[in-house]
Ligand binder design. Structure first.
Ligand code: F6R
Length: 314
């Protein structure tokens, strides 16, 4: 897994260089729904955080059903790395019925079959021998490529110049043995960190968006102690002065909880958010190794899929 995490910038570039052909009618939409679960669906959150220029809403749909408002004016991007995730497959059926402008992304599975059989636009993830959360670079940049080729976003160049591996090791040491509570103005990065800590490191964690946490979460700060770490994921180039002051305030009332700050690096917002995603992926991996956990295996997810659907679909 470590090599694959290290390869993240190349994966992003490779996926973005792939070709995709989409019907011109796909430009004629007024909203985007990204349908998927877990490591595939996080793509939608990351894109929402990166691209301010989008003229209409992006909704990430993580369930069996699409939102009621999905219709023929909806660009529906269905992502499942395995191509066999039941919730995502149900949403595809829903989207076809509702006549959404639908496009699929997977490395294999039923999703690929459905899109090929119906001759619907499909983006194949060529990296087929890995697991969804590790394929993030490919999943993310296939989706970015789709939006870019429809003219909804503009990506000039993918530049991830800074490597967070060393700093990630330091952060791992600081938070090991604590219950991490992650705060950020970028919900996608905070959520990615939490889910990677769950799946790779096998620990409990929680995330909160800023400034929302100032309006509820802080009332529970009285119960913080040395067993918790408060992790602030920061982007100085995109932080209002109120956010800076709010973080100062949170640090002051942190009681005995450990305070850890992770700062973005890079010029563009795209580069800085990718740096942060890469950073937290490294931390989750190192934490697993330090605690003798297997970051690759997600036995309970496998068991859940077998229990509910009757056969493994990872
Ligand atoms: C496994 C992982 C999971 C899966 C989820 C959906 O690495 O991260 O969260 O992403 O169970 O499966 P896919 O992505 O194959 O649709």
């Amino acid at each position: 897994m470590l090599d694959e995490i290290r390869n993240f910038p190349n994966a992003c570039k490779e996926a973005f260089e792939e070709k995709i052909k989409l019907p011109a009618s796909y430009r004629n939409v007024n909203k985007i729904i990204i349908a998927g679960m877990g490591g595939s669906s996080i793509v939608g959150d990351i894109i929402s955080d990166i691209f301010d220029e989008l003229k209409f809403p992006i909704i990430v749909s993580r369930s069996y059903n699409l939102p009621h408002f999905a219709d023929e004016k909806t660009l529906l991007i269905c992502i499942s790395y395995s191509g066999n995730t039941k919730e995502t497959l149900e949403q595809i059926k829903n989207g076809i019925r509702k006549k959404c402008r639908i496009v699929g992304i997977s490395s294999n599975g039923k999703l690929m079959e459905i899109f090929n059989r119906r001759k619907l636009p499909f983006f194949l993830i060529k990296k087929s021998n890995t697991i969804p959360r590790v394929a993030i670079g490919y999943l993310l940049f296939s989706t970015i490529k789709i939006l870019h080729s429809l003219g909804f976003i503009k990506v000039d160049k993918i530049n991830i110049a800074n490597n967070p591996e060393k700093d990630a090791k330091d952060v791992t040491k600081k938070i090991n043995g604590t219950f991490p509570i992650i705060y950020s103005v970028y919900p996608s990065v905070a959520k990615r960190f939490k889910t990677q800590l769950n799946e790779n490191s096998k620990i409990q964690a929680r995330w909160e968006a800023l400034p929302e946490a100032l309006h509820n979460d802080i009332e529970a700060f009285g119960s913080l102690n040395e067993k918790f770490s408060l992790i602030f994921i920061r982007d100085k180039l995109n932080e209002r002065k109120e956010i800076k002051k709010s973080i100062e305030f949170l640090k002051r009332i942190a009681n005995k909880a450990k305070v850890v700050e992770i700062f973005s690096k890079g010029k563009s917002k795209l580069e800085r958010i990718l740096y942060l995603i890469w950073f937290v992926d490294f931390v989750s991996y190192f934490l697993a190794i330090e605690n003798g956990m297997n970051p690759q295996e997600t036995l309970n997810i496998k068991k859940f899929k077998e229990f509910v659907y009757g056969k493994p679909n990872l």
